[in-house]
Design a protein. Structure first.
Length: 194
């Protein structure tokens, strides 16, 4: 008599090998997917932080905004204090642009070292380095803009008018300062405006 071999044990062994190989492939696949997800998350986080760094202003208003009146109804100069923003990055003040606007007039001012156009005056108040062109962390400067020189006379800027100054530093959002010219000014005096 010819006797057949019992192949059930061999079939069970094959099934176990196939099951183990499926588990191994699934583990490798899940490892690859998780690493890809982590890498994507890290790249997204870097992009968000880079965007947030550029979206915030590199400059912060530090103190009052002052005007010097030329007469009862006109302003000669406007001045304010700036310091570097919360991220503490240095700002090249030579490349910073100042846009001054009212309802009737708009004018761009450049740094005192820039050629051509109307210029601002820059005075260091608190300096931590010898390079006066870079506004660094813990430094404060006073910016003075001669509005009269640029044609902001009583027709362009008078009492109760709003004046807006946009301070635009390279690769950062602009710092916008909006104030109202007060009534009752007398010539040659300084006023804090809000």
């Amino acid at each position: 008599m010819f006797r057949l071999r019992d192949e059930q044990a061999f079939t069970g062994l094959e099934a176990a090998i196939v099951l183990i190989s499926f588990i191994t492939v699934a583990a490798v696949f899940s490892y690859v997917v998780l690493n890809l997800g982590m890498s994507t998350t890290q790249k997204s986080q870097e992009t968000i932080y880079a965007g947030a760094g550029q979206a915030g202003s590199a400059l912060v208003l530090s103190g009052p905004v002052m005007i010097e009146s030329d007469s009862e109804n006109s302003v000669r100069t406007i001045s304010f204090y700036l310091q570097s923003g919360p991220e503490g990055s240095s700002v090249d003040m030579k490349k910073t642009v100042y846009l001054v606007s009212t309802k009737k007039k708009m004018q761009t001012f450049l740094d005192s070292s820039a050629p051509g156009g109307y210029r601002i005056s820059r005075f260091p108040v608190k300096s931590v380095s010898a390079n006066d062109d870079l506004l660094e962390s813990r430094e404060i400067i006073r910016i003075e803009i001669n509005l009269k020189e640029a044609g902001f006379d009583a027709n362009a800027l008078t009492t109760y008018d709003q004046i807006t100054i946009e301070v635009q530093s390279p690769a950062h959002a602009a710092l916008v300062i909006t104030r109202t010219i007060p009534p009752g000014m007398t010539g040659g005096n300084f006023y804090e405006i809000s």
